[in-house]
Design a protein around this ligand. Structure first.
Ligand SMILES: [Zn+2]
Length: 100
């Protein structure tokens, strides 16, 4: 599944609810899912549970992008398509103390 396919799937499945909930409410759900992903990563969760938390987090990120009118594939390609956004190399050659 590509990122555009993911955004279309999420829009077709939840678009009406997402639009009525809006950005702020959706962002809170997204952060809740990030917390659940954190808990799954910190614990020794079974692989299938961990995979579910990654799926939930990505789905809520796609929902936010849909609400905001952002094409995730284009955004990722623009920012990371030519390697590290800072040093423009792949693999990144930035120092370990730097953000990327
Ligand atoms: Zn870099």
């Amino acid at each position: 599944m590509t990122l555009p396919e993911l955004q279309t799937l999420i829009r077709d499945t939840f678009g009406a609810k997402d639009a009525s909930r809006g950005t702020a409410g959706t962002f809170m759900w997204f952060i809740e899912e990030v917390g659940e992903l954190s808990a799954a990563l910190r614990g020794n969760s079974p692989k299938d549970h961990l995979a579910t938390e990654f799926a939930d987090t990505l789905a809520w990120l796609a929902t936010l992008a849909n609400i905001a009118g952002v094409d995730l594939e284009a955004a990722v390609r623009t920012k990371y398509g030519a390697g590290c956004p800072e040093c423009h190399q792949s693999p990144c050659a930035c120092g370990a103390a730097e953000k990327p």
